[in-house]
Write a protein that binds this ligand. Structure first.
Ligand SMILES: [Zn+2]
Length: 177
């Protein structure tokens, strides 16, 4: 596996519409493996293929494990792979704090559905379908947008609803990508 370079907002590739994956070759599995390694190195919740300059409709989401005060695991890490995804249901609406690995150093307020159902394929072409609430729903919507060349900056409630964060490592919320 290889850690790939994450491109940032000034790169016009992030504004392109990505193409559907039609052949599930080993190259697709390699892409997904590289994306997980890249996401882990960058420390985020999700990554879309166009963020590493690959204009294919592929994204991953990795929700970190959750621990109680004594350090016992409440919920394990959850990894999702979506190829050719389609959001088939959206419910609720809420303002959420959001960031993006392609817009480093910023957070903004966007309005997202609080719950979504998404379907698509995994890296082997098998059909998958997931329901997500809260952070998972937000991540699905954010990553899906990348496949259409949309950044969260386009969805800011207001132009001033974005701010600079001093130190990424201190940030405890909105560390979506
Ligand atoms: Zn992003």
């Amino acid at each position: 596996m290889t850690v790939r370079t994450i491109i940032t907002a000034e790169n016009s590739l992030l504004r392109e519409r990505s193409k559907k994956v039609t052949r599930f070759t080993p190259a697709v599995r390699q892409l997904v493996a590289d994306m997980f390694e890249t996401l882990e190195a960058a420390g985020g919740v999700g990554l879309a293929a166009p963020q590493i300059g690959v204009l294919q409709r592929v994204f991953i989401v990795s929700i970190p494990a959750d621990y109680d005060e004594d350090g016992n695991e409440i919920s394990p890490q959850e990894d999702y792979v979506l190829v050719n995804p389609e959001i088939i249901r959206r419910e609720g609406e809420e303002e959420m704090v959001e960031g993006c690995l392609s817009v480093p150093g910023y957070r903004g307020l966007v309005r997202r559905a609080t719950s979504v159902v998404i379907k698509g394929q995994d890296e082997d072409g098998r059909a998958v379908r997931y329901s997500g609430d809260a952070l998972l729903a937000q991540a699905f919507q954010h990553e899906y947008d990348h496949l259409d060349g949309v950044l969260y900056l386009d969805r800011l409630e207001d132009r001033d609803k974005i701010w600079v964060i001093e130190d990424e490592s201190d940030d405890e919320e909105g560390d979506l990508e």
